[in-house]
Design a protein around this ligand. Structure first.
Ligand SMILES: Cc1cc2nc3c(=O)[nH]c(=O)nc-3n(C[C@H](O)[C@H](O)[C@H](O)COP(=O)(O)O)c2cc1C
Length: 212
């Protein structure tokens, strides 16, 4: 692949902007396209445990600005994109991967799978349910302890507690968010990530916007 100077330019362009030009309009289709491209970001086990909510309604924008503690970056933004981590969707996303593999491998019986195909299927049918299953945080600690014991004898994956799995999901959402912001920068649009917010109010407003 050739060196891409426009990518370097986008990295330089992306700075967190706190006050937006009120005379500059944002094309919602370009934002949508950047969200689509963001879904191509690397993510843990291709589970894509996140959602992007693109907000353009001024009524919801006003509510979200309050939820962003009145920060000028939110109050002056013409559109907002809320990234929601959805670890709870793991069963649905594992199934989507299995469906995708079934399509890819074509109609054949299990015995006809190549070792690689069998590995891929078992990954989503057995390993992912093991890693993501949880019961009041207790199962996570049990898995963590088992991997700790196993780890005495051989290298083992250890991040299996509920809190570990939350980090796993947040890392992937963060990478997708960064990809989105770089795409926006490449389109000449400014962005600013916001964590200084009242997450409960943001959640309620997003749920309200989705229901509408
Ligand atoms: C996870 C995260 C949360 C952030 N939250 C806020 C925020 O609530 N308000 C804000 O003005 N900037 C926020 N920022 C922007 C950082 O302050 C900014 O990225 C940093 O100062 C570096 O500047 P730059 O993005 O222009 O390179 C956040 C950045 C990250 C990565």
């Amino acid at each position: 692949m050739e060196k891409n100077s426009s990518f370097t330019a986008a990295i330089h362009h992306r700075r967190s902007v706190r006050v937006y030009d009120e005379n500059k309009e944002i094309d919602a289709e370009i934002v949508k396209n950047c969200i689509q491209l963001a879904t191509l970001a690397p993510n843990s086990s291709n589970m894509q445990l996140y959602e992007f909510h693109h907000i353009t309604s001024s009524a919801i924008l006003d509510k979200l600005s309050v939820g962003c503690l009145g920060q000028s970056t939110a109050t002056t933004a013409k559109q907002l994109v809320v990234v929601v981590v959805r670890k709870d969707l793991w069963k649905q996303r594992a199934k989507a991967n299995i469906d995708h593999l079934n399509k890819l491998f074509g109609a054949k019986s299990k015995s006809e799978y190549t070792p690689r195909e069998k590995f891929a299927m078992n990954y989503y049918k057995k390993l992912i349910p093991f890693v993501y299953s949880e019961f009041l945080g207790i199962f996570g600690y049990l898995k963590y302890f088992i991997s700790w014991l196993k780890g005495i004898f051989k290298p083992s994956y250890r991040q299996l507690r509920n809190s570990d799995m939350r980090i796993v999901a947040h890392k992937s959402a963060g990478l997708a968010a960064q990809t989105f912001m770089l795409c926006m920068a490449s389109e000449g649009y400014d962005t600013c990530p916001i964590e200084g917010s009242d997450s409960l109010r943001i959640k309620k407003n997003i749920e309200f916007a989705v229901r509408k």
